[in-house]
Design a protein. Structure first.
Length: 264
């Protein structure tokens, strides 16, 4: 039997990492869990985030995950050490892979990076620490964008509402001259059109894509188990199926199962 990747997020955002996994591992099985009953994580305390993350990873491991991707910027910024200590399989967050990519881009430019994240991610300082460990000369500006997650979860990825909040959060950053902009929540790539309009010439770093690439360095396509993806949520499978079809640009989500995550 081959190896299986497990991916979790507080809701739909981690589907960006799932989509990147599908590109790297076509026809390979993976398990996705979206904690839709408790989304968003970004407004929770660090202690609560850690508890949720440990339950999420325990569920994936119980269902055969050989590697776990914490496709959630908030979890990666606040709970990755706890996950790595408790999980019996390798755990990949989104912070370190995205920080490495952004630092590489900034090293050949002006040495400037912008981080966009949830309030909990920004408060943690995890990205600043990760980038400083790579190159302390790189300047990082971090901005919390709390409305981005509900915008994406409700399908407002363009148009007036998305543009209004993008201007509120990003308007003053145009003059910073960022070489790279880290989309520090896996929901944010769905707003890349709007975000990119504020950062012309900057490289948008998709944290989910970088995490999937990191997983590919641990498991080769030859090692991965053949089969179909499995999707689980903690609430409202119908809403998940509707938006997952949009985000992954395909159907076939009829088998989404609702589970009680508190039991893990």
């Amino acid at each position: 039997m081959g190896k299986t990747v497990g991916i979790f997020d507080s809701g739909l955002g981690g589907l960006t990492a799932a989509g990147e996994f599908e590109k790297l591992f076509p026809g390979k099985r993976y398990i996705y869990f979206g904690d839709t009953a408790r989304v968003p994580y970004g407004t929770k305390s660090a202690e609560t985030i850690r508890r949720y993350a440990l339950q999420d990873s325990a569920f994936l491991c119980a269902h055969g995950a050989s590697v776990v991707i914490a496709a959630c910027g908030t979890v990666s910024a606040n709970a990755i050490d706890a996950l790595k200590a408790s999980c019996p399989v390798p755990v990949i967050g989104v912070v370190e892979p995205a920080a490495e990519k952004a630092a590489s881009v900034a090293a050949s430019g002006r040495g400037r990076v912008v981080l966009l994240g949830t309030a909990a991610t920004v408060k943690s300082g995890a990205y600043e620490r990760a980038i400083a460990a790579i190159d302390p000369r790189i300047a990082v500006k971090s901005v919390a964008c709390p409305m981005f997650v509900p915008l994406v979860e409700n399908g407002y990825t363009s148009g007036y509402a998305a543009e209004f909040f993008a201007n509120e959060y990003l308007g003053l950053l145009k003059s910073f001259g960022a070489d790279a902009v880290i989309l520090g929540c896996t929901h944010y790539p769905h707003l890349s059109g709007v975000i990119g309009s504020f950062f012309e010439g900057s490289v948008l770093v998709d944290s989910g894509r970088e995490a999937a690439a990191a997983a590919a360095r641990l498991i080769s396509p030859e090692e991965a188990e053949d089969g179909e993806a499995e999707f689980y949520v903690s609430d409202s499978p119908e809403s998940f199926k509707r938006l997952a079809s949009v985000f992954l640009k395909r159907d076939a989500f009829e088998g989404v199962k609702c589970i009680d995550i508190e039991g893990y």
